[in-house]
Design a protein around this ligand. Structure first.
Ligand code: NAD
Length: 257
């Protein structure tokens, strides 16, 4: 049974890691995917992986499509929603914000630039995409499911990540508040809190740190991007029809430090 056969899913950060796995999973469930990334070529590659015709952002025909956008730029984020709507003649009914970055630095040395950049992409980017998507859904009277990728570090913090953990905690509050405001429009909003997932983002961790972290995870290994994608597919589908404002941990159980 294809759970998302009538869905149009916008995925940001779709060119890598979790966003790519989410795109593949949602397409397998029958969704048409609008794959967006800062790296347009990477978004295109994701669409190629989905099979079916690759169409350019503004050609209103065919199947999945790739879009290039920097979600932290106000005009770009708004234009993205307009382009997706123009391309498919409807707003996306599923919106998954996976775009995210790290700029790790200990608090005592954290530069203002590293603080601002991470907040701009991870928190303001999600605000901009969530707002534009909700506006498009409400004005066309459509229902929807908005899924924002936070992090377990938004709940428990992490060394060297005052900027990242703050942005991810912000995503939880933003998503819960949006869920309260949008419930009456039948737009559900949930956040997903991955633990350590094997993607290009965590690849750059020093081997020693990876080993230490692995030893603390009760499940004994990093998660795969597909582990997160499975949960996103559930939250996107009507199988989670009465779940909104939730923050779902996908961590193999968070480490007890
Ligand atoms: P990744 O680096 O593999 O992928 C992130 C993607 O986002 C990249 O393709 C990048 O080009 C894109 N991106 C970055 N800035 C962007 C912008 N301004 N506009 C549009 N796209 C942009 O990382 P990942 O591990 O797949 O992470 C995906 C999400 O999951 C992030 O929000 C991350 O914080 C979160 N997360 C990851 C982990 C983990 O362990 N990997 C854990 C918890 C949360």
């Amino acid at each position: 049974l294809l759970r998302l056969s009538s869905a149009l899913a916008l995925v940001t950060g779709a060119g890598s890691g979790i966003g790519r796995a989410v795109s593949v999973r949602l397409a397998r469930e029958g969704a048409t995917v609008a794959a967006c990334d800062l790296d347009g070529a990477a978004a295109h590659e994701t669409v190629r992986l989905l099979g079916g015709p690759v169409i350019e952002a503004q050609a209103p025909r065919g199947n999945h499509a790739a879009f290039q956008a920097d979600v932290s730029e106000t005009t770009a984020a708004r234009r993205l929603l307009e382009q997706v709507q123009a391309c498919f003649s409807r707003p996306p009914s599923v919106v998954v914000s996976c775009a995210g970055i790290t700029r790790d630095e200990f608090l005592l040395h954290m530069s203002e630039d590293n603080w601002d950049k991470v907040i701009a992409v991870n928190l303001k980017g999600i605000f901009l995409v969530t707002q534009a998507a909700a506006q498009a859904l409400v004005s066309s009277g459509c229902h929807g499911s908005i899924i924002n990728i936070s992090s377990i570090n938004g709940k428990v913090g992490n060394m060297g990540q005052t900027n990242y953990a703050s942005s991810k905690a912000g995503v939880i509050g933003l998503t819960q508040s949006a869920a309260r405001e949008l419930g009456r429009h039948r737009i559900r909003c949930n956040s997903v809190l991955p633990g350590f997932i094997a993607t290009p983002m965590t690849e750059k961790m020093p081997q020693k740190v990876k080993e230490k972290v692995t030893g603390l995870i009760p499940m004994g290994h990093f998660g795969d991007p597909e582990d997160v994608a499975d949960v996103v597919a559930f939250l996107a589908s009507e199988d989670s029809g009465y779940i909104t404002g939730a923050s779902v941990e996908v961590t193999g159980m968070r480490p007890a430090w």
